[in-house]
Write a protein that binds this ligand. Structure first.
Ligand code: AMP
Length: 226
């Protein structure tokens, strides 16, 4: 007998957590497993910067300093993105919302579009581990694959295993910027944990475990919704 994999339809997930907790990596794996669109606001900005669009110009300064792009700009991008056809069966939001204002704007956007969030997965991680993860992170300039100088090294130093592109360190992964990003997270984003706890849709997941274990725990949390 063939056991059919469960296909999750209309599942809308928010990933919350400090920078470096593993949101991006987990979002990619979850979106593949659950067949959901992965929406990373950070990736949208990085793409805009790469393509030298006016959005990229607006975002670049904030990003390089580890600051947040203004709420209204981010909220509009997300509102447009979740209306696209490919999001009709659901999505995973990675990096949004990041402030109380964004969360309120997003509630309104969801209401207008007759949508709701099923679960907020809050990935927790110790700050020292975050700093070591982020300072060691390297990204392929061509395909965006991520590595870590010691934890996930490429086969050939500085070169992407998948496409042979050159690996680089993101400007915002430099130590001073990371410290600032953590400060910004604590001051502006951490309060969203309570915001979603009060809505009874928050599940906290330990992001300091090996990524496979964290992934399994996230899948358990998603499966337990059904
Ligand atoms: P990330 O890749 O999610 O860490 O995002 C990288 C940078 O993009 C952040 O440090 C911010 O400058 C900007 N950014 C991404 N998402 C948001 C957001 N929801 N609100 C404001 N700025 C954001």
């Amino acid at each position: 007998m063939v056991v059919q994999e469960v296909v999750f339809n209309h599942m809308r997930i928010i990933l919350l957590g400090p920078p470096g907790a593993g949101k991006g990596t987990q979002a990619v794996d979850l979106s593949n497993k659950l067949n959901l669109v992965h929406i990373s606001t950070g990736d949208i900005f990085r793409e805009a910067i790469k393509n030298k669009t006016s959005l990229g110009e607006k975002a670049q300064g904030y990003m390089n300093r580890g600051e947040l792009v203004p709420d209204q700009i981010v909220a509009e991008i997300v509102a447009d993105r979740i209306q696209k056809n490919d999001c009709s069966t659901g999505f995973i939001l990675d990096g949004f919302p990041r402030t109380d204002v964004q969360a309120s704007l997003f509630d309104q956007i969801l209401w207008d579009q007759k949508m709701s969030i099923d679960v907020v997965l809050n990935i927790t991680c110790d700050e020292q581990l975050i700093i070591s993860r982020l300072t060691g992170r390297r990204v392929c300039k061509d395909c965006g694959a991520t590595y870590h100088v010691t934890n996930i090294p490429p086969i050939k130093e500085g070169i992407c295993d998948h496409c042979q592109g050159v690996l680089f360190q993101r400007e915002d992964d430099k130590k001073d910027t990371i410290i600032n990003r953590l400060k910004v997270y604590n001051e502006q984003t951490a309060s969203l944990i309570d915001f979603y706890k009060q809505k009874n849709i928050l599940v906290s997941i330990d992001g300091s475990l090996p990524k496979e274990e964290t992934f399994e725990n996230m899948m358990d949390a998603v499966n337990s919704l059904n």
